[in-house]
Ligand binder design. Structure first.
Ligand code: AQP
Length: 325
């Protein structure tokens, strides 16, 4: 099964990224899985060059620390493989302006940005190129990326219909629990890297004390009824889903075991700390050997390039581009 997915170096990783994406990446890793630090995507928002470089390395280290084994899967940085930007242009000439302006993430992020960059509008097309370059069948993602996956499918089908069978049509795979982790202070808003919400976001490398404090202060409700109900009790449902994401249990079964919110919060903190502490330790060790990480990424880029070159050439030929002779 060919698998591809990526994460933007747009800020510190949080438990939403871990449960929605990273944990799935680790489960799906094989010699046929490609995982990518999508640094070009991070340029759609305001970011300092020094910070982008630093975050790119940090994110690659965090992906390895979370359990990705570069011997068992291909891990690389998007901009190290030039075919991503090249295929993106071909697909931009297949995508419609209207369908891009209708993307929910574009609407939300352009409302927040000061001066909207054209890349913010076209980045779902680059994401489609990322995926289609690897003849991807499955894309493990959080629920917020479903709409972008639908666009990738539509572009693949449109291209195939117009220019002949070129791309595999991919499908999104989301986890059973915690596919959309919400902000702990505003449980109707997605936990996000690029929106500052200190108390509402649990970062992958938060200390056990910080995790305990944030979970203890998480907004719930006042009736004290223990029930898994996103409509009536979004704060509690969010905690139960996170608990389920970390333990593999069903959120309803967890709710049935508890009577008091405080007990649930205490045990959720324990489950999180138990899962995240070893990741933090591995991360700190990896950061001490930047040369080793750079070599892993160079091997990954070479492997990814050889696959991407074939697909790109197929697409370029199909659309009518010529070769130098
Ligand atoms: N809150 C979340 N719950 C579950 N999954 C989530 N993901 C992101 N937020 C949550 C998943 O993490 C992966 C990383 O995607 P990305 O780096 O492209 O960022 P994003 O989807 O735009 O979300 P972020 O982390 O909040 O970043 P910003 O703030 O930069 O937009 C994806 O698989 C995503 O679904």
């Amino acid at each position: 099964m060919r698998v591809f997915s990526g994460i933007q170096p747009s800020g510190d990783l949080h438990v939403g990224n871990y449960l929605g994406a990273l944990q799935q990446f680790v489960r799906a890793q094989s010699l046929d899985a490609f995982y990518c630090v999508v640094d070009l995507h991070a340029l759609t928002l305001d970011v300092e060059p020094v910070a982008l470089r630093e975050r790119t390395t940090e994110l690659a280290a965090a992906m390895v620390a979370s359990g990705l084994d570069p011997e068992r899967c291909t891990l690389f940085v998007q901009s190290h493989v030039s075919y991503h930007a090249q295929l993106s242009w071909l697909l931009e000439c297949v995508a419609g302006y209207g369908e891009l302006t209708r993307m929910t993430q574009f609407k939300e992020k352009s409302d927040r940005a000061h001066g909207v960059r054209a890349g913010l509008l076209t980045y779902p097309v680059l994401m489609a190129a990322d995926i289609l370059l690897y003849d991807t069948e499955e894309v493990p993602v959080g629920d917020d990326q479903r709409q972008h996956l639908e666009l990738a499918r539509n572009l693949a089908e449109r291209f195939n219909n117009r220019y002949g069978n070129t791309f595999t049509v991919p499908r999104a795979v989301t986890p059973a629990a915690a596919a959309r982790v919400m902000d702990l202070q505003q449980p109707t808003r997605k936990m996000s890297k690029s929106v500052a919400s200190e108390l509402g976001t649990i970062y992958l490398f938060d200390s056990p004390e910080a995790i305990a404090r944030k979970v203890a202060k998480a907004v719930t409700d006042t009736d004290g009824e223990m029930a898994f109900d996103w409509e009536r009790k979004p704060g509690l449902a969010n905690l139960l889903e996170m608990f389920a994401g970390f333990t593999g249990e069903d959120p309803r079964a967890i709710a049935a075991r508890y009577h008091r919110y405080g007990d649930l919060k205490r045990d959720l903190t324990e489950a999180m700390v138990e899962a995240l502490a070893p990741i933090g330790e591995r991360y700190r060790a990896l950061r001490e050997d930047p040369a080793q990480l750079a070599s892993v990424l160079a091997i990954g880029a070479a492997r990814a390039s050889s696959v991407a070159a074939t697909t790109y050439q197929r697409a370029a030929d199909a659309i009518g581009l010529t070769h130098p002779t």
